[in-house]
Design a protein around this ligand. Structure first.
Ligand code: PLP
Length: 396
């Protein structure tokens, strides 16, 4: 494995500070590296592999679809994609779906649609976008501009003009930035990469009101919180506050790259043929995979498992918080939970856990994130918590 790690360093562009582990295969909740070490996976490829590894239904659907047709572009329609769009529309408050391949792309599509809509309906001046400090929306120039963290932006300027940052959960900071030129407000309902910070319901409600009163398009980024992660299909459904545009990706196709941007008809119709596109978007392989994921969540009660296991995970994490001084806080919904720890202890804890066979990752500078596959059961949560406790003991 050492040689492979060395070759990886030699040939792959260094954009990630990867662990020196080469993953080889997976089954259910577990992964094995090239040396045969076994890991309990509470990362899911960053909230992606919702059905874990080597899932029969996912594998069969993708294999069967591959034998039929694996790609045809959007020059032609494909049945899995039509069925997927229908399933999404019938289970959300949106009327139309645009498919792409990643979270950043879904955000780009949302920003473009919001600007097009404002341009067509309210004129060329209405271009400003308000986003939140400590947010994360992706790495393309557009999505990194709306990401409210300068560390992701340094050296890439000039960024998009017309973007301003408000403070999350501070409604006055939003009101100060709103004017006739405001075209869109972009936000996460839980800031994921920013450190698992949930939005206050009254803050989100006020933002909805501000958008309605000022003809502003409200965009929710549910790239991480969406697709069952928090116990509802989308987190806006728990908040009972609807955005005009919703972005999702990560878990959508259970590990096959796919993103989606959804909107109500009134806004969606601002896009006409030729206005926006994606070669791979809505690809039949990704579409059949996403159909399996949504069927599991909606029709086969996987959402219920997320709620149940999420409660167990939250309870166990709170018990650990009471036992260890270095654990300061527990936050999150469903199977997207985080514990705040002392900043200098964070990396050693992650490394110690990996050494002991548990994969966990950080969020922000001082939060450890728990985002297992949604198929996780109580026994696996208990196992993960045992390893976490042992790691905390050794680091403390
Ligand atoms: C991961 C993430 C993105 C970016 O998604 P990519 O697929 O990496 O482009 C955007 N927004 C949120 C909230 C995310 O968690």
């Amino acid at each position: 494995m050492k040689d492979l790690v060395q070759d990886g360093k030699e040939y792959i562009m260094r954009t990630y500070a990867s662990f020196p582990i080469v993953m080889d295969r997976g089954e259910g909740m577990y992964l094995w590296d090239k040396e045969g070490n076994k890991y309990l996976d509470f990362v899911s490829g960053i909230a992606v592999n919702l059905l874990g590894y080597d899932n029969e239904k996912l594998k069969n659907a993708v294999n069967e679809q591959f034998s039929k047709i694996h790609h045809c572009s959007n020059l032609y329609l494909n049945e899995p994609n039509i069925k997927l769009a229908e399933k999404i529309v019938k289970n959300t408050s949106f009327d139309k779906v645009f498919f792409c391949n990643s979270g950043a792309e879904s955000m780009e599509a949302a920003l473009k649609l919001a600007r097009k809509y404002a341009n067509k309906n309210y004129g060329e001046e209405k271009i400003e976008i308000i986003t939140m400090k400590d947010s994360f929306h992706g790495r393309t120039i557009g999505s990194v501009t709306v990401t409210g963290q300068t560390k992701y932006q340094e050296g890439f300027g000039p960024l998009l003009p017309g973007v301003k940052n408000a403070i999350y959960n501070d409604i006055d900071s939003v009101k100060e930035l709103v004017n006739d030129k405001t075209c869109a407000i972009v936000m996460e309902l839980v800031q994921g990469e920013g450190g698992i910070n949930p939005g206050k319901p009254e803050f989100v409600e006020e933002i909805r009101k501000i958008c309605d009163e000022n003809n502003i398009v409200l965009i929710f980024d549910e790239v991480q919180t969406g697709i069952g992660r928090t116990g509802d299909l989308f987190l806006y459904q728990r908040y009972e506050i609807e955005p005009d545009i919703l972005c999702t990706a990560k878990g959508l196709a259970g590990g096959i790259p796919m993103g989606a941007m959804m909107a109500k008809s009134e806004i969606a119709k601002a896009f006409e043929p030729g206005n926006h596109a994606s070669t791979f978007g809505g690809n039949p392989l990704a579409s059949v995979a996403a159909l399996v994921v949504l069927e599991e969540l909606i029709d086969n009660n996987l959402l219920d498992n997320v709620k149940k296991q999420g409660d167990i995970l939250n309870k166990r994490l709170n018990e650990i918080k009471d036992k260890f001084d270095i654990v300061k806080d527990v936050r999150g919904f469903g199977l997207m939970q985080g514990i705040e720890v002392e900043q200098d202890k964070l990396k050693p804890i992650l490394e110690k856990a990996a050494e002991k066979g548990l994969l966990i990752i950080s969020a922000g500078t001082n939060v450890i994130r728990f985002i297992p596959p949604l198929i996780v059961n109580e026994e696996e949560i208990n196992k993960a918590m045992e390893i976490l406790e042992e790691s905390l003991k050794e680091i403390e």
